[in-house]
Design a protein around this ligand. Structure first.
Ligand SMILES: [Fe+2]
Length: 195
């Protein structure tokens, strides 16, 4: 289930909202032109499913989004903890990639097949931290300032939609704001403590 935390973007950020109410989250995000939808999670996918199998399981939903939004390219990104010696290094490198505030020339559209991650949307003096989980489809419009935190132990499978094959390139703003807003691990722990 999605979990939203909204902060001020001050030097000492204040928490304005914490919510796991789907309607409240959708309405709050709609104010900043961010669309959050939910798909029925495909229950019969094996844990080690590859890209073709995952896309096949969501074919109807994926095709509908492509038709409606004009995306030309779809793939699956996934990262799961393993026992290999280089896992900590790979995890840290993957996490660091989009951990600083940036924009893209294309929309950033992700459907979470499994696992979780937080999109931080910095708009109108506020930071909307959207913790997405399996079943969540988040559409971040192009040029929206944002960053993404997959946590210190990345674990997710996500379908990505693109209009062109270099739309994912990040244009970094240089604003260090992501360093003063609670990170994935902190928000995930706060959310777990509420339940
Ligand atoms: Fe991004």
């Amino acid at each position: 289930m999605t979990y939203l935390t909204v902060y001020t973007d001050d030097e000492q950020p204040e928490t304005l909202l914490e919510s796991d109410d789907a309607a409240e989250i959708a309405a709050t995000l709609k104010e900043i032109d961010v669309v959050l939808r939910h798909w029925q999670v495909a229950g019969d996918l094996p844990e080690d499913a590859g890209q073709e199998e995952i896309l096949a399981a969501y074919r109807a939903e994926v095709d509908r989004v492509i038709a409606e939004e004009g995306y030309t390219f779809v793939d699956v990104a996934q990262l799961h903890p393993d026992d290999s010696a280089d896992w900590p290094e790979r995890a840290a490198a993957a996490r660091q990639k989009f951990l600083n505030e940036h924009t893209h020339d294309d929309d950033e559209v992700r459907y979470f097949v499994a696992g979780s991650g937080i999109f931080y949307l910095h708009v109108n003096g506020k930071v909307h931290a959207v913790l997405c989980e399996a079943g969540d489809l988040l559409s971040v419009p192009k040029n929206t300032t944002h960053w993404f935190d997959m946590g210190t132990r990345p674990d997710f499978t996500a379908i990505r939609f693109f209009h062109d094959d270099d739309g994912w390139i990040g244009d970094f703003t240089g604003d260090p704001i992501s360093q003063r807003i609670p990170d994935f691990d902190t928000i995930a722990a706060a959310r777990a403590a509420r339940n």
